[in-house]
Design a protein around this ligand. Structure first.
Ligand code: NAD
Ligand code: IPM
Ligand code: MN
Length: 354
């Protein structure tokens, strides 16, 4: 019998609602002999507003001692004067990604049978299935906080957010993306960047893509500028297999990818540390959705899908596949009649158990 130590950070808004359903499914699917020992951490807006704490070092150290992290979402109510933008996003979510070296931000996108895409039917008809994964770099780019502001509040204000792209950081995420492409039937990798304008960062991404490609001769390598990639994602998303890209482009691409494949409520993600020097973290792509929080309106499917990614990462691919199959079956059976967050969780939990 083995025990998996899970750190759970439900967070803010719909975070706790969807996380409860994800844990319900995890409970229902755990095979005999596999135990999940959970520690819950009350990090997020409430704690910050009450204590001023975002992620105390001692809590980070404790979280680090787990096998994996399940996170709901963080982010308070919009325009709360007591909660400046970025405090939680940078101080909690990005700090976890950076400190735990989650350099692969894995965001799979598929249009499952029965799911309505907002794309017109003729866009999808006669094409291959839409089934791609975005490998978003998770520790660099414009997210590092490398910038500043001068003469704030004056007409002469200058603000910079400088994108950091190291050969080390770019090469390691490229290697992971190529290896993933190698394990997929189509064996295709598309680098998405903006090499025509961001020439310094673009150059390192492009050169290292060419270099790493030499170690993966079976992979078809493609390149697209990020603006053109938006065209192709909406006019022919079946073109894509593995997309590899920087942190900010990946953020934007994956919200569009979620939208075209059935909605942000379905999009799961993993912040993966492939070297396993620290626990990886699994979370829905969406945020805390203050507009629907506390109303049992959130779709927990993305959070439940994140549990499948977590199980797969920990080597329980059979159990992960059971969760995925239950999600697919639930999606195929959806009639359009609204269900509450917990009704969807119950239905998927019943499918994994039965
Ligand atoms: P959001 O993803 O929270 O919401 C965008 C829209 O999608 C909203 O209309 C929301 O109601 C809807 N939505 C989101 N999740 C849904 C679900 N599961 N089911 C149904 N509808 C869903 O993005 P936002 O409004 O830009 O951000 C809100 C807060 O969340 C901000 O503070 C932001 O910084 C934060 N955020 C956190 C994360 C994270 O924790 N990983 C991710 C994105 C945004
Ligand atoms: C996401 C979110 C985060 C990001 C924010 C909240 C820091 O949008 O997980 O996609 O930009 O990575
Ligand atoms: Mn995002």
């Amino acid at each position: 019998s083995s025990t998996i130590r899970l750190a759970v950070i439900p967070g803010d808004g719909i975070g706790p609602e969807v996380t409860a359903e994800a844990l319900k499914v995890l409970d229902a699917v755990a095979p005999a002999g596999l135990r999940f020992e959970q520690s819950h951490y009350d990090l997020g807006a409430e704690r910050y507003l009450a204590t001023g704490e975002v992620l105390p070092d001692s809590v980070l150290a404790e979280v680090r001692g787990h096998d994996a992290i399940l996170l709901g979402a963080v982010g308070g109510k919009p325009n709360d004067p007591n909660l400046p933008p970025g405090i939680l996003e940078r101080g909690l979510l990005l700090r976890l990604r950076f400190e735990l070296d989650h350099y692969v931000n894995l965001r799979p996108s598929r249009i499952y049978p029965g799911v309505t895409s907002p794309l017109a039917p003729h866009v999808l008809e006669g094409r291959d299935d839409v089934d791609f994964v975005v490998v978003r770099e998770g520790t660099e780019g414009p997210y590092t906080g490398n910038g500043g502001a001068l003469r704030v509040g004056t007409p002469h204000e200058v603000a910079t957010e400088v994108s950091v792209n190291t050969a080390f950081g770019v090469e390691r995420v490229l290697r992971d993306a190529f290896a993933r492409a190698q394990r997929r039937p189509r064996k295709k990798l598309t680098l998405v960047h903006k090499t025509n304008v961001l020439v310094h960062a673009g150059s390192v991404w492009w050169r290292l893509t060419q270099a790493v490609a030499r170690d993966f001769p079976e992979i078809t390598v493609d390149y697209m500028h990020v603006d053109a990639a938006m065209i192709h994602l909406t006019t022919d998303p079946a073109l894509f297999d593995v997309i590899v890209t920087d942190n900010l482009f990946g953020d934007i691409i994956t919200d569009l990818a979620a939208a075209i494949t059935g909605g942000i409520g379905l999009a799961a993600s993993g912040n993966v540390n492939p070297d396993r020097t620290a626990p990886s973290m699994f979370e829905p792509v969406h945020g805390s959705a203050p507009d629907i929080a506390g109303q049992q309106k959130a779709d927990p499917t993305a959070a439940i899908g994140s549990v499948a990614l977590l199980l797969d990462h920990l080597g329980h691919s059979g159990t992960a596949a059971v969760v995925d199959a239950a999600i697919v079956a639930d999606l195929a059976a959806r009639t359009g009649a609204p269900r509450t967050t917990s009704e969807i969780g119950d239905a998927i939990a019943a499918r994994v158990a039965g």
